[in-house]
Design a protein around this ligand. Structure first.
Ligand SMILES: Cc1cc2nc3c(=O)[nH]c(=O)nc-3n(C[C@H](O)[C@H](O)[C@H](O)COP(=O)(O)OP(=O)(O)OC[C@H]3O[C@@H](n4cnc5c(N)ncnc54)[C@H](O)[C@@H]3O)c2cc1C
Length: 383
């Protein structure tokens, strides 16, 4: 088995790295990815526009939608290089990874021509309006209600934990359109402009980071039927394919290793003996987790290439390793730097946020384990 990158892939990575270095705002970190300041929102759009111009934003998309059908490996290289740089695409990685592909697969011609060109030019921010206070792991229990009224739906309800909502132009929103049928058969997807009257974004204040998560409230929000993606009440089938794309190929391992490198260097700078056996074991173990996450990520991409439409058990395995990896790196940072790891604005400090949230964001760790038990091991669900 040859695990080396091809010459073409290596050249693609080198050109991409140059493009990122030229166009990323100096000093960008993962903190900026949440776009806490208006200037971060502008920086994300300017950076994504430059990537789009250079052909690095959607290379994996079909030619008819502005891509060049690059392999999923090149898509992974884009993720590795942008994560290593603190993900200066902000939330636009979602546009290219799964929102665009969902529109291609299920959108009307009008929806495709309205949404895909601005996404491939890096001009729009989207957010993902899925979770609700009573519907996270059990997403199909969602209650946000849309009632048909002529050529429109009227939406009332709440979403929670939404990333990037304050910076979003559009929301990929799941709503309930039928309460009389089994819960998965009454869900519809609406593509909602965030400046529609009645849409209100509230930041969820937390001690860690600004604009990390939000609530979105909908009060009599009128959404034209032309903004519906797919058929009424058939949204769950789309969501299942969306989630398969959401979970593969996010190169968090690249950033986690960079954080470890930086934190070890900071520790050495403070006179710490990183060769002390106990500390060396902690650091070595954290690097091993990063490499395990990298390997499983590659295995999941390989699985997707071999069988694009098949079940993706390795996607769940890959996802289930990512959370513990981030947490191990967080713990290593705390052990290396002690309370100095919590100094605001440092890579280690941000890692405490990432390590804390990554066991639950984009699907709880235990739920991923359940999926592996069910899909791969034929075991009963844990609950
Ligand atoms: C930083 C961050 C960003 C997020 N961004 C978004 C976003 O942009 N859009 C969006 O829609 N959502 C977002 N989320 C929400 C995220 O998808 C949910 O938090 C996640 O799906 C879990 O749902 P929950 O919070 O309701 O927890 P619950 O579903 O209540 O789960 C809580 C815990 O219960 C246990 N549990 C639950 N079900 C099972 C089960 N079946 N088997 C075993 N154990 C179980 C697990 O230990 C789990 O950790 C984000 C969350 C975070 C933390």
């Amino acid at each position: 088995m040859n695990l080396d990158w091809t010459d073409e892939e290596a050249a693609f990575r080198a050109a991409l790295r140059t493009c990122i270095a030229l166009n990323m705002r100096p000093g960008w970190t993962l903190d900026n990815r949440d776009m806490p300041e208006p200037r971060d929102i502008e920086a994300v759009k300017a950076f994504c526009a430059a990537l789009g111009d250079a052909g690095f934003l959607t290379p994996h998309w079909p030619i008819e939608f502005g891509g060049r059908e690059a392999s999923p490996w090149e898509q992974l290289i884009v993720s590795e290089e942008t994560w290593a740089a603190g993900e200066p695409r902000g939330g636009q990685y979602m546009n290219t990874n799964w929102i665009g592909p969902a529109l291609m697969a299920f959108g009307t011609d009008d929806q495709k021509s309205q949404h895909l060109p601005p996404i491939s030019r890096g001009e729009v921010n989207w957010c993902q309006g899925f979770s609700e206070p009573g519907a996270g792991s059990d997403l199909a229990s969602l209650q946000c209600r849309a009632v048909r009224d002529g050529d429109s739906y009227v939406v009332n309800g709440q979403k929670i934990w939404t990333s990037y909502a304050h910076a979003a132009d559009w929301c990929f929103l799941l709503v309930r359109t039928n309460t009389e049928v089994p819960k998965r058969e009454g869900i519809t997807i609406l593509l909602v402009p965030m400046d529609t009257p009645g849409v209100e974004v509230r930041e969820i204040a937390n001690p860690y980071a600004r604009h990390l998560i939000h609530e979105i409230w909908f009060a009599d929000v009128v959404v034209p039927v032309s903004c519906r993606l797919g058929d009424e009440n058939r949204g769950w089938d789309i969501v299942r394919s969306v989630l398969a794309n959401e979970r593969v190929g996010i190169a968090r391992h690249e950033h986690a290793e960079m954080v470890l490198d930086q934190t070890v260097a900071d520790g050495v700078g403070l006179g710490l003996d990183v060769d002390d056996p106990a500390l060396a074991e902690t650091i070595g173990s954290a690097y091993a987790w990063c490499e395990a996450a990298r390997s499983m990520n590659y295995a999941a991409v390989g699985e997707r290439i071999r069988d694009p439409l098949g079940a993706r058990p390795l996607a769940s395995v890959s996802r289930s390793i990512t959370g513990p990896m981030e947490r191990e790196v967080e713990w290593a940072c705390l052990e290396i730097l002690g309370d100095q790891a919590l100094a605001s604005g440092t890579e280690a400090d941000r890692q405490v946020v990432t390590g804390t949230t990554s066991m639950i964001a984009a699907g709880a760790y235990e739920v991923q384990l359940d999926l592996i038990a069910k899909l791969s091991l034929d075991l009963p669900r844990s609950r």
